[in-house]
Design a protein. Sequence first.
Length: 589
Amino acid sequence: MVFARAGSGRLGLLSFVVFDADGVDAAHFPPRHAYLIGPDEVPMQGDISFEAGLVECEKTVPQTAGLAVQFQVGKPEGPGVPPMPNGLGLLTLSTCLLPDRAEPYLLTIEIARNRIMFFLNKMEDWGLFDLPADNPVMQQFEHARAQFTQALVAQRGSSGGAHGEETPRMGFCPAADKIATNALSLAINAGEGLTLINADRQLKHRLSGRAYTEAVQHLARLTPEVPPTGHPISIPGAGQVVLHGPPQIGCAISPGLFGEPMHKAVMATCDFVTMPMRWVDMEPNEGKYNFATTDRWIEWAVRTAKLPVVGGPLIDFRPQAVPEWLFIWENDYETLRDLVFEHVQAVVTRYRRTVQRWTVASGLHVNTNFKISFEQIMDLTRMCVLLTKKLHPTAKIQLEVAQPWGEYHANNRRSIPPYLYAEAAVAAGLSIDAIALRVQMGHAEPGYATRDMMALSALLDKFAGLEKPIVVSALGAPSAPITPTPFRPRAGAEAEDAYEPGYWRQPWSEQSQADWLAQAVAVCCSKPYVHSVCWHELADAPQGAPVPEMPHAGLLNANGTHKAGLVRLAQVRNAIRDGKSPLSLHGGK
């Protein structure tokens, strides 16, 4: 069975032995969301297949690679582990980059190896080597290292086969697999603990104003340049900017939903609101704009709530954002470009007196719905930025990166890896005030697989290297499980494999959504370079209505009642307003 296929040619082979896991026997181990990664964690094309307890990966380029795959992470066992009713979730994890070899690797050992290295790297990046040995996080990590070493020693042993145990497979001992699995669980749990320790420190540093003051003083020692008051500080060699003031919390609102429960929810949780302005809503029929629903929300936000408005994405080629009539021109780039120009001009001209910040384009680099070239992707990006800036010179401009881990690039040669796209836009000298990231997890579609908190924190740090402010423009997870279904990008397209959403700590529910929200928002807000965090959808769509982002992902039910996540977001926002770390809240840690 082939789970990922792109190109042909056998330039290198990696293979991994798997044992029984997830309650699934190894003969039917499902390599969910499996793809190859190359240097700098850039996904790469390759063929991944499975049979007889062996995952085989054929590369199409001659370079070292690793395997990313969704893995059921159980409850860790060892010192320093707090009581927990469940395991750590169904998470997307990866191995280190590995050399080609004829004999296979043991998958659990290689994933555990990478997580231990990941922990050590982030401990160094975050300056947390001063944690005492009796800290529960360090106790878990040291036990993870000991278990990993034990698994390495045991992997070529001969135990197994007695009392119903598995027999060795391709020379690997099943006992080593079990030990490595526990080492992996311990390392991930310790990594999330380390992430929260770092977030708590950074939050206190940022909210007190100390981080910005120290950055200004450091810059003054290096250069006679005096930045304007409140201006982002970029210290040469630091690899990130430092922003003035606390981060802002907001929520995106689908314009078709409007009412008193939503107004109250916004007032309780938001420092700003985002109006998505999807093309399919704004111009459902070619040449006939429908501004009414967007107008009423913006009028309420500006006149009644007195809240800043973020507009956009203006251009977003995801299937749920594009009107059907636009596909007529998908093979005529010049006409498509002209239509994009006219659309951006119409929307920005209408709302330039009420919108303070524009997300000009989103996800052009994914390039799955409209097949355009690299040059055309960058041309559209450049045009959207320049036109918006020309029409609204005082506005802030941000460029949105969708699917920021970039899984799509493993199967789409015409796409651009997310970081490389953002880097190219910055290098082109475009007037971009911030890089925006869509960080959504738990949906049964490509690019929404669930990851742990350390992976989220590391992703933000990676994009901070562009030395631009970062905006988390769409943070989201569902409040109920979403059934995996075969994904079809658009009508008439070839169906792909079903996408298992994964989950964090326990299957998605209102409570797990709230717990995930509290930690994810706190991690994002702790970063000195993050300007704002926006929850991706305020309310669930009524039954029968189109779902703009993902099912069950709002903070209000379709009937207007509050979910636990709305209460938690209000608590986080109030704590930040009071200059306190939201991780001190109940359930935040």
